[in-house]
Design a protein around this ligand. Sequence first.
Ligand code: CMX
Length: 135
Amino acid sequence: MQLSHIEHIGIAVKSIEEQLPYYEGVLGLKCYNIETVEDQKVKTAFLKVGQTKIELLEPTSEESAVAKFIEKRGEGIHHIAYSTQGVEEALREVEAKGVRLIDEHPRKGAEGLNIAFLHPKSTGSVLTELCEHPE
Ligand code: CMX
């Protein structure tokens, strides 16, 4: 597996509306997309820093993984997403190395990316996402 760059950093927030003034007004970034990912029960807001994105994640339901995260740990960095070619092959590779997968196969995430998560219990407590742009 060859990772090319950090595609995005996911940050759990209670309210995108309340946090955006910090990212836009203080850091000077620009939110270019707000999108709800129904199956993940999150609303996402994207800002770009070079080729890396910041993804603000606001839960849309109490059952959302992000809602659980905020309840347990508070707002803050939720996951790191690495960009790679061939997420399916990368999953088979890390699985063979004993890493616990959350997603057995890639699925569609925000912005149409093919994504898959690795379990934080196998990744030094950092929820890790592998993703690729579809061809
Ligand atoms: N980062 C690091 N550790 C985390 C974590 C995170 N984001 N979320 C949970 N954990 C830890 C918990 O603290 C817990 O550790 P302890 O047992 O030491 O307390 C352990 O993982 C298991 O957590 P849990 O609360 O029992 O399990 P959950 O039901 O909350 O599931 C996880 C955790 C990671 C499997 C689940 O959140 C998941 O499947 N995540 C992938 C999908 C996702 O996060 N979607 C939202 C973003 C979608 C998007 O970007 O579009």
